[in-house]
Design a protein around this ligand. Structure first.
Ligand code: URA
Length: 210
């Protein structure tokens, strides 16, 4: 697994506001989108492009366009949905699939409760969106789901990660082509599975406690 941790003062500034309990829900939503757009710049660095020839007002020129089939963006419900607009701002032609993962409270294993994805991902560039890499369970399961559908390499974007989640994801994806782009790596997980210092429950801060 290749891990990229953002190193940019604008990202650090926006993350600080995001963490602050005083930040209102509308600001939290807007900042999440902005942060994802900034992280998407790194996440899409190796997106596949094909050469094209175009006519400028002055002359003929060569350039590139995103290759077909279109990239696939997969937000993990619910909190990943808050990252979607930020991602498609940079990749407006991407297709969007959905994965709903929930933890089975008896087995503690993540289970898929909803999915809308192509059957065959063998030629797709896949981007998974999940804001908080805490234990790593749901992100690992989501990435495995995409590999089971034939994906060859997967890029995940998370806003914050705990070292414990990074280790777990590293083990779960050993031998696979996985790239992980992060806003920051925090100190640790607490006894309730929250990232410390973190930002609290990302889904609740985006959508409320329903
Ligand atoms: N999920 C969250 O939303 N926040 C955490 O701190 C950990 C997991």
């Amino acid at each position: 697994m290749r891990v990229f941790v953002a190193d940019h003062p604008l990202i650090a500034h926006k993350l600080t506001v995001l963490r602050d309990t005083q930040t209102t829900q509308p600001t939290f939503r807007a900042l999440t989108e902005e942060l994802v757009t900034l992280l998407a710049y790194e996440a899409t660095r190796e997106v596949s492009v094909s050469p094209v020839t175009i006519q400028t007002p002055v002359t003929q020129a060569t350039g590139v366009r995103l290759s077909h089939p279109r990239p696939l963006v997969v937000p993990i419900l619910r909190a990943g949905l808050g990252m979607l607009e930020g991602m498609v701002t940079l990749l407006p032609t991407a297709e969007v699939g959905f994965l709903g993962m929930v933890r089975n409270e008896e087995t503690l294993q993540p289970v898929t409760y909803a999915e809308r994805l192509p059957d065959d991902l063998s030629d797709r560039t896949c981007f998974v969106l999940d804001p908080m890499l805490a234990t790593g369970g749901s992100l690992a399961a989501a990435i495995q789901f995409l590999f089971d559908r034939g994906a060859q390499d997967v890029t995940a974007i998370c806003i914050l990660a705990a070292p414990e989640g990074l280790d777990a994801l590293e083990k779960a994806t050993a031998g696979r082509h996985v790239k992980l782009v992060l806003g920051a790596v925090d100190e640790r997980l607490n006894e309730h599975g929250y990232i410390v210092p973190g930002l609290g429950d990302a889904g609740d801060r985006l959508y409320g406690t329903i």
